[in-house]
Write a protein that binds this ligand. Structure first.
Ligand SMILES: [Zn+2]
Length: 237
């Protein structure tokens, strides 16, 4: 790793507004954002980096996607929110992204694939000089970055632990994989261009749940809460 946590934060702070802009802006609904953020904060509070400040934003984009920027920035799209049915599923998606942030996967990948000096320079000067890439162009590249299978597996399993510690039924994460697999037969899923196939992920998630979390008392699914806070708001859109 060529740079520290301060630089993670610098990149996150500079590119988060550009990501929001390119993904249609934030969904204009405080109740929805607050609910989504409260679920995310519960996950962050039991993660391996609790001292960081985490930001969770729901974006207007219709694609089925979720991703993270270094330094504590997590994004989920309207397209994804519409396909989920419980708070535990939402927790599973957010916990996976927090897993990437904690492992500093995004920072390492962006450093390797793009170069931190380039990212910082482009963010500093919003103008395109001498053919250098603009922050907007780099943001498109950032959104499409692909982690290794190992990074994805680690983020899944760390995320599974976080959601259980936060009081959520870990099967929620498996259900999101089933949803993605089902949806993929109907339309191309953006999440798949950056993530491994769900079948493989479900196998190790189910094994982990069986080994570690089977004996736990009943954990939260939150179907009614999710419908009231998210689905009812998105129904007419
Ligand atoms: Zn991932």
């Amino acid at each position: 790793m060529l740079f520290g946590e301060q630089q993670d934060l610098g990149i996150g702070q500079k590119y988060a507004p550009e990501v929001e802009k390119q993904m249609g802006g934030r969904i204009d609904n405080d109740a929805l954002q607050n609910y989504m953020n409260s679920v995310g904060q519960k996950i962050a509070a039991v993660s391996h980096r609790r001292s960081w400040e985490y930001h969770f934003a729901a974006l207007e984009h219709d694609s089925l996607n979720a991703f993270a920027l270094p330094g504590g920035y997590v994004f989920i799209t309207k397209g994804m929110l519409k396909e989920l049915t419980t708070e535990a599923q939402l927790a599973g998606i957010l916990a996976h992204e927090v897993g990437h942030i904690v492992a500093r996967d995004s920072a390492a990948l962006m450093s390797r694939e793009i170069g931190i000096d380039i990212l910082l320079a482009a963010a500093a000067s919003q103008t395109n000089s001498r053919g250098a890439m603009t922050a907007a162009q780099l943001t498109r590249q950032i959104i499409g970055l692909r982690f290794s299978r190992k990074d994805e597996r680690d983020a899944d399993l760390a995320g599974l632990g976080y959601m259980v510690r936060a009081g959520y039924n870990p099967n929620g994460m498996v259900e999101t994989m089933q949803m993605l697999e089902r949806e993929n037969t109907v339309r191309p899923i953006e999440f798949f261009s950056t993530h491994p196939a769900p079948a493989n992920r479900m196998t190790y998630l189910r094994a982990r749940i069986e080994a570690r979390y089977r004996a736990l008392p009943s954990l939260k699914d939150g179907k009614d809460e999710y419908r009231a806070a998210i689905l009812d708001h998105l129904k007419d859109e």
